[in-house]
Design a protein around this ligand. Structure first.
Ligand code: UTP
Length: 472
């Protein structure tokens, strides 16, 4: 009988993880090699620490006792000084886009469990009339922006080992949606092992450790470790426009946001929504020790969440929506120094094989997944700024129906299109409750922002109730 490599076995025993070799005798030599490679990649001393502090016993990080609401730029300037600054920022932002200094960067490595869609979430059809997928919408937007500014806008897409191959295949079979393949860079984020509540690493198969992507916070490491940041440097990228795959309405190249980030020499900036209720399920932008920090909605004490200014507005009113500009040099700096974002722990239903080799699909949480979040990098950044945006920039597709679903995303998309047309003087039929009484879809080739509509009014037909209008 072939023996397990002794060193590995002893090492695993020392760290209480020798269950990983339970099926060794049943594996063929390729499988053995595959399993050994996975084991060699585990940082076992660190894992001991995670097991002790996040798996077996978990004390959530202390909520800061003393913090203030963060400052922010309003969506539109409030006085003439600010108007001058916004004008300057827009000019600078446009120049940076034209000069090819901006890279688009979407994180698409999540598992999309709530949506329950088979395949990468980016392949989910979401546009209200043409059923374009999220990938297609963003690709068309990048193409339209590149043409508008006569610039090359590289697009970096972070996937995970679970959806990388499928994602590449989707782009290949769709001819990169009209983009130049050289400017679409698809790479993989890291993973972390999954644990049973007893701290033992679970097995997904006899030769495969159960693991999952390390969270959107993993993007800051992955950009560096995969060479994406080096590639950006070669291309002249200075600023990275970060967004999350499930928000189809992000203004990917927003000159104002880019310009304010550059003018204020911020290392990492954020867009924020004004919360519509005290406990809206978005993180809260706060100021802790002078640093912009996101405190999750569940961690913000009720009395602070409910606290109001004299004009009735919420004191903690800025919600985090996963839209950032990140300076390329910031990603380089933190990686060179060595940094670690805090783990967030989630008890999950994790499929695994038991010690007898049976596949178990639990109906109740049976273990722990660890993840890091992008916004936890904000306190590491200097001069972090926040720009308020409107709800029309936020339509996350998290669920198939109900709140934050494909349904609501489509409604918000049509409502935004109707507002853009209205503000350009094109009448849109509306229902008594004010919502559009028609379906409208604006292709990115027609307009990527409100102002683009004005130049195309002559191409817009008269819209009647119940019409389906596709503008491209
Ligand atoms: P979510 O936190 O909504 O997770 O990700 P999800 O995996 O898409 O969906 P659920 O929670 O399983 O239902 C927000 C964004 O972060 C990306 C997702 O792809 C999405 O764009 N993400 C998340 C990653 O890129 N990697 C991860 O490890 C986690």
């Amino acid at each position: 009988m072939e023996k397990t490599p002794e060193n590995t076995e002893n090492l695993l025993k020392k760290h209480g993880q020798n269950q990983l070799l339970a099926f060794w005798q049943q594996l063929n030599s390729d499988q053995k090699q595959a399993l050994l490679t996975q084991i060699q990649q585990l940082d076992l001393p660190k894992i001991d620490d995670w097991v002790a502090n996040y798996v077996k016993k978990y004390t959530p990080p202390a909520i800061p006792t003393d913090f203030d609401p963060a400052q922010s730029y309003t969506h539109s300037p409030v006085n003439s000084d600010q108007k001058n600054k916004y004008d300057e920022a827009v000019q600078l932002g446009k120049k940076l886009i034209s000069d090819g200094k901006i890279a688009a960067f979407v994180v698409a490595g999540g598992q999309g469990t709530r949506l329950g869609f088979d395949g990468p979430k980016g392949n989910y059809p979401i546009s209200p009339i043409k059923n374009k997928t999220l990938f297609q919408i963003f690709a068309e937007t990048i193409k339209a922006v590149s043409e508008k500014y006569q610039a090359t806008c590289p697009w970096y897409i972070m996937t995970s080992p679970l959806n990388y191959t499928q994602t590449v295949e989707i782009f290949r079979s769709n001819n990169y949606y009209g983009l130049d393949e050289k400017n679409v860079i698809i790479f993989q984020q890291g993973t972390l092992p999954n644990f049973g509540f007893d701290g033992k690493i679970l097995m997904a198969e006899k030769d495969k450790i159960a693991s999952s992507p390390d969270g959107h916070g993993g993007s800051l490491k992955a950009l560096y470790e995969t060479g994406a940041v080096e590639d950006m440097k070669k291309r002249g990228t200075e600023f990275i426009s970060y967004w999350q795959i499930d928000n189809s309405l992000v203004n990917l190249f927003d000159p104002l946001f880019i310009g304010l980030h550059a003018l204020d020499e911020s290392e990492m900036s954020s867009k924020a929504l004004i919360k519509f209720e005290p406990k809206e399920k978005v993180g809260n932008f706060c100021l802790v020790d002078g640093k912009v920090t996101v405190i999750e909605y569940s961690d913000l004490p009720d009395e602070l969440a409910e606290k109001r200014n004299t004009d009735g507005s919420l004191v903690f009113n800025l919600g985090s929506i996963g839209i950032h500009i990140i300076s390329r040099t910031f990603v380089e700096k933190i990686n060179k120094k060595g940094f670690a974002l805090p783990f967030h722990r989630a008890a999950k239903k994790i499929p695994y094989i038991d010690q007898q080799g049976n596949v178990i699909k639990p109906t109740e949480p049976n273990g722990v997944k660890l993840e890091t979040f992008i916004f936890d990098a904000l306190p590491l950044a200097s001069n972090s700024i926040i720009l308020q945006t409107k709800r029309e920039e936020f339509a996350p597709t998290k669920n198939a129906t109900g709140i934050d679903s494909a349904e609501t995303a489509k409604q918000i998309t049509v409502a935004r299109a109707a507002d853009w047309l209205d503000s350009a003087g094109v009448p849109v039929p509306r229902k008594p409750d004010g919502s559009p009484d028609c379906l409208i879809e604006i292709a990115p080739s027609f307009a990527v922002e409100k102002n683009d509509i004005k130049e195309k009014i002559s191409q817009i037909p008269q819209i009647k109730p119940n019409d389906q209008i596709y503008l491209d």
